[in-house]
Design a protein around this ligand. Structure first.
Ligand code: C2E
Ligand code: CA
Ligand code: CA
Ligand code: CA
Length: 277
């Protein structure tokens, strides 16, 4: 009985109070940082296989907090819980259009991918906001890719899917991020309103020598390709992985082998990146 009683008051344990406090501070800090323009975006090149060229960057949010650059894994969940992810997501898109606008304008084949949380898609005016932002920055909708994870389709209300369809009808492409880590079967891919799949790093890391047989990885690529989807492999760290994935007909490769995400001012190096070297 004593144990049960203790458990019932689990909410009042001091360390939990501290965690709650930390979360509240994080939310307040984030809100202030969005207002002060302390949300930064780094860009990682996506290298096209074939004639290797950088035709895409993925935008990845960073938070300048108390003099340190914080990675998204430390604050995205909190931002989703508080709804702050909507302001952050809007700011990331605005900033990306601004910072990569000149590069995008140089070639219609160039594009930029921005991550979108399911929380953003739950707002009925999401599609309209995205369209407004790209219109006012002069970006061609065909140059924007929105990356979503499978979970978006699971708890999706019909208006979430409808918004993705509206955006796709306008020329924006949708990428299924972290492909292979969700619960749905490969067969379900056919039903999803997506144009691109991004094979998760956990599958790419199974390639060690490049000589192994990896039926799951190769069937993922094969399945996506046979549905007419573009395939990008993420988290490429070795040239054996790059070679393997090119030999298995991935369309594009992304990973530290080519470049880490960098601020827009340092992208010149990324543009010299190639599969060969
Ligand atoms: P993600 O969308 O799967 O992004 C790829 C993550 O893998 C990035 O981490 C990237 O820096 C990292 N990465 C890239 N290449 C390699 C590699 O070769 N090896 C390894 N070990 N890692 C690699 P990052 O920037 O810390 O982002 C983490 C996650 O945070 C992202 O995963 C995405 O889910 C989320 N995120 C980032 N930016 C945003 C954003 O603007 N909005 C939302 N909603 N989520 C974001
Ligand atoms: Ca992503
Ligand atoms: Ca991913
Ligand atoms: Ca991820």
């Amino acid at each position: 009985a004593k144990e049960a009683g203790k458990n019932r008051y689990v909410h009042f344990r001091p360390e939990m109070h501290a965690a709650l406090l930390a979360r509240t501070q994080l939310t307040a800090g984030l809100r202030q940082s969005v207002e002060l323009g302390q949300i930064a975006v780094h860009y990682q090149p996506v290298v096209s296989a074939g004639p290797d060229e950088v035709l895409q960057f993925e935008a990845l949010v960073r938070w300048n907090w108390q003099g340190e650059l914080m990675a998204p894994d430390n604050f995205i969940t909190t931002a989703e819980r508080s709804g702050m992810i909507r302001e952050i997501g809007a700011e990331v898109l605005r900033r990306t259009c601004l910072e990569l606008g000149p590069w995008l304008a140089g070639d219609p084949r160039r594009s930029v991918a921005v991550n979108v949380s399911g929380v953003q898609l739950q707002r009925r005016d999401f599609a309209e906001q995205v369209m407004d932002t790209i219109k006012s920055s002069g970006l061609d909708p065909r140059q924007l890719v929105l990356e979503v994870t499978e979970s978006v389709f699971f708890d999706a209300h019909s208006h979430v899917i409808a918004q993705l369809e509206t955006l796709r009808a306008a020329g924006i492409r949708v990428a299924l991020d972290d492909f292979g880590t969700g619960y749905s079967s490969l067969g379900r891919l056919q039903e999803l309103p997506v144009d691109i799949v991004k094979i998760d790093r956990s599958f790419v890391s199974m390639v060690v020598t490049g000589a192994e047989k990896l039926p799951i990885l190769t069937s993922m690529i094969h399945m996506a390709k046979s549905l007419g989807l573009q395939v990008t492999a993420e988290g490429i760290e070795t040239s054996a992985q790059a070679r393997f994935l090119m030999e298995h007909h991935c369309d594009a490769l992304q990973g530290f082998l080519f470049s880490r995400p960098r601020p827009a001012t340092e992208l010149e190096h990324a543009l010299r990146t190639s599969v060969a070297g």
